[in-house]
Structures are given as C-alpha cells and as structure tokens.
Design a protein around this ligand. Structure first.
Ligand SMILES: [Zn+2]
Length: 492
C-alpha cells in the first residue's frame, strides 16, 4: 500500500482534515510495517487453559482469530478483592484455585511468605508460563505474563496490613500505599523472580485499577489518601502542605455528602466546587502526587524488567475507567507514557461501557458536579467532554431501561485520542471488550466487526481479542477476525 492510499484511508470517517496535519510522516511508515505483522493477542485465564488443554486452545485461537500472542496471569491475588470474605477463586465444582500460577524461587524474596502457595489449591506447583511457552513456540506464538495490582488488603499477601495507606482523617485505609518501602520490595521480588525464571518471556503487562483521592472523597463515606510517613516525605519534596490538602479533602467530602443529602448550594454546585479548589489548591497537587506515585510503580517495573531482559515487551493496562473518568484523564495523560512503555492496552469494552459510565456519571456528576443542570443537558455534556458524540451513543434512558452497548464511534474516538497523544512513542493496542458476563447487551457480530474496524481506522498498532478469551462467543471471535482480515486486504 502506498502512502497516499493509507492517507486517504486514515481520513475515512473523520470530518475535516485536522488529523492530516497532526499525523507526522514517520507514523505512516510505522503503520505500514505494523499492518504486515499486526499484533493480535488475547488475554486468557490460566485455569481456563489448564481445564481446556493448552494445545487445543492455542489451536482454536490461531484458527478462529489468527492470534499470535497469548497473555495470562502469573499471579491473580487481585480477584480475591472482588470476592466475599476475600477467598480465592474456585473451579465450577468449588475447588479452590491457586493465586500463584508460576513456580517461584524463594531466593529472590526478602519475606519468604510472599511466595506461599497453598498446596491444597488446584494447579499449585505448576507453571503456566513454561507450559504455555512449550506449546506456543512451535506455533510461532508469543507468551506474555500479566498481573493486576491486588491493592486491597485482603490477607492474601502476608504483611500488606502493615503497608496500608493513611487517609486524610489519619486513619488506616483499606488499600496498600504505593510509596511504602515494603510494598516496593514486594514487587521488586516478584518481578525479579518472574523475569529471571522465565527467560523465554516475550512480554509483561501490569494493571492498576484504583482511582485517585479526589473522587474517593466526593460524596463518599471514605476520604482521600495517602498521608503516611512515606507519602509525607514525597509531599515535602514537592513543597506541599499536608494540612492544607487534608482540609481540602474534608471540604470535598462534606460538599458531596451535603448535596447527596439534598442541601442546596446557594452559588450553585459547580461554583461551590471551584470555590473549594481555589481555597484548597493543595488537593489538586495531592491528587497529582498520588497519580504520580501510581505511575512511579510502573516506571520502577519498566526499568527493572529492561535491566534483566531488554527483549521483554513491557506494557500497561489502560483500565476501562480511562474512557469515562474526566479526572483520571486530566492526571494520567497518554502523552507522558512513552518513555516507560513499549505498548499500551487500551480497554474499550463497548458492551459494559453503558452501565459502567452511567454509574460513574450518577455517582459524581448528575447530582454533584453537574447538578446545576437537568440530566437531559448534563448527560450529553458529560459524553461530549469525554469526546463522544451524544447523538451516536444510547441515551441515559436507554441505559437505565437495560444494558446497552456504546457504538463503535466510542472505540474510534478513544483509540484516536490514544494514538494522537502517544505519537508513536509506544505501540497502541486496542482491547475491544464484548460478551462480558453479567451484562445483558447481546452483542452481535456486526457490532464487533465495526468496533474492530474503527479501532484500526483510528490507527492502532494492534489488537487484543476481547477482555478475556473464555467469555467470547465464537460468532463474535469470527467477526473480530473478519474485520482484521478485511482491513489487511484493503491495506496491502
Ligand atoms: Zn502513603
């Protein structure tokens, strides 16, 4: 495909020529190269691979969707934080599953308890990455490991209780603190072991799904963090005044709770919110400190992994909240991620986006931040501020009546935002999610086809097939594959 054709294709579906001037020339060449050996991965649960059989599942992935990269959890303590009594996941028969899916070498761990695997859990003692590699290598497939941060103190990882965040009222929070030296040591040990013990590893992804202190305080029972001694030290380096930040978070909590209790803000909700920020600007700096601490966690990992094996492709889970949360977007911008990222996995789960973004809007915007306007004005405004055309998305009433998917324009706009901001400094892989359990969207193949096509039109370098492989309907996997094949045909 020549450059002019690509240029024309890129402009399809975009009104105006604004994009043309913002696309540097080197990106065209880069996109051409990517189309030839496009990254097509899928995230899959380790227990699913063991239950179904690794060989046969890889066969299915290749034949149904041309998957060339398979990614699975090496550690999945995170799931405990979503379960009652923080118990481990179980098989359909009720047999508890391990949380560590690789063999560990205790020499890397200052605290030997961090490697503990209950021998009575299913698959304890096996190594999913080694077994996957054995089956994937002859097929020319790559193996990536993944971990989601188990940030809630559940008792799953010994010692986390001692690493708790401290909130603005001086009380211990439920989550671990990014800046606690023991927490930093925990991750150093896990990464050292994982990367050194798996020299064949092609890639690694880490995800952090917790949000910052400002929204955690807004009209909630909980209040912003973290005011522990380690964070206070970091704050001092930035010349922040913790007392002023503390007061600001207390005001934000009080303000949100008052509105939720029906109290009227004489100057209006939005102006009152701005008043609090102007009077307590330290909360904004504290929010950024918290987000920067979150990113520092990834930066340390990147440096450590590259120091052990520079071939490992290190990427980050850009969690779904990025697509609906304005404050996260303001404090965690794509254009700063390049220097510590080989690739980014952009979650564009168009099926669950309806219910999830509705919940976020209702908790923070409908009554509180945008409460000065009726929801018939503020909901379209909210979507517009996120960069989504309200005319192209379901209405609030539709979301309330039943789970409704967002349109492929949502996928397009968010992928385009990522591509334009990253500017080629890292690979951008879209992760269109569909068939998510618990959502009654009944996604059809045509929607999947459109979502994948739109992600490619936005200029992504590759794709993840689904949120999780095990939840995908075969007809939708085929639609995913058709979209990729049609795209390649058009561009060669
Ligand atoms: Zn702290």
């Amino acid at each position: 495909m020549n450059r002019r054709n690509f240029f024309n294709q890129s402009l399809k579906g975009i009104s105006g020529v604004a994009l043309a001037t913002s696309y540097p020339n080197f990106l065209f060449a880069k996109k051409q190269a990517a189309a030839e050996q496009m990254f097509i991965g899928t995230p899959v649960l380790p227990e699913y691979l063991f239950e179904k059989g690794i060989e046969s599942e890889l066969e299915r992935m290749q034949s149904l969707a041309g998957i060339n990269t398979v990614m699975t959890f090496s550690h999945d303590h995170v799931f405990r934080q979503y379960r009652k009594d923080f118990i481990t996941k179980e098989t359909a028969e009720g047999e508890p599953l391990t949380n560590i899916w690789v063999r560990t070498d205790s020499k890397y761990y200052p605290n030997k308890k961090w490697t503990y695997q209950d021998p009575d859990t299913k698959y304890a003692g096996r190594d999913i990455l080694d077994e996957l590699q054995e089956a994937a290598a002859p097929r020319g497939m790559k193996v990536y490991a993944r971990i989601l941060e188990p940030y809630v103190i559940t008792g799953a990882i010994p010692g986390f209780e001692e690493m708790a965040e401290i909130d603005a009222k001086g009380e211990k929070g439920n989550n671990v603190c990014f800046n606690h030296p023991e927490y930093i040591k925990y991750w150093e040990a896990v990464i050292e072991d994982l990367v050194r013990s798996h020299p064949h590893l092609h890639g690694f992804k880490f995800g952090q799904e917790r949000g910052g202190p400002l929204l955690s305080s807004l009209g909630k029972d909980k209040i912003g963090t973290c005011f522990c001694e380690h964070c206070l030290k970091k704050a001092k380096e930035r010349q922040l005044d913790p007392e002023k930040a503390r007061k600001g978070f207390l005001e934000i909590q009080k303000y949100g709770n008052a509105i939720n209790d029906g109290e009227e803000m004489v100057d209006g909700n939005f102006v009152r919110f701005l008043q609090i920020l102007f009077r307590h600007p330290d909360v904004l700096a504290w929010e950024q400190l918290w987000m920067d601490s979150r990113d520092m966690h990834k930066k340390r990992m990147f440096q450590q992994i590259k120091g052990i094996n520079e071939k490992v492709q290190v990427g980050w889970h850009i969690d779904h909240g990025m697509t609906w949360d304005l404050i996260t977007r303001a404090t965690w911008d794509y254009d700063t991620m390049g220097p510590y990222s080989d690739w980014l996995s952009v979650a564009v789960y168009f099926d669950s986006m309806g219910r999830r973004s509705k919940g976020h809007y209702e908790r923070n915007y409908q009554k509180i931040l945008f409460g000065d306007a009726d929801e018939k004005y503020s909901y379209p405004m909210y979507l517009s501020m996120l960069g989504f055309d309200p005319e192209m998305q379901p209405s609030l009433e539709e979301h309330r009546a039943k789970d409704t998917s967002f349109s492929s324009d949502y996928v397009y706009q968010e992928c385009l935002r990522a591509v334009k901001n990253v500017k080629g400094a890292a690979q951008v892989y879209a992760r269109p999610g569909f068939d998510m359990p618990g959502y009654d969207c009944d996604v059809q193949p045509e929607e999947v086809y459109q979502a994948v096509t739109k992600a490619l039109e936005a200029g992504v370098d590759g794709l993840w097939c689904g949120r999780e492989w095990d939840e995908l309907q075969e007809k939708n996997i085929v639609a995913f594959d058709n979209a990729v094949k049609d795209w390649k045909k058009k561009h060669h």
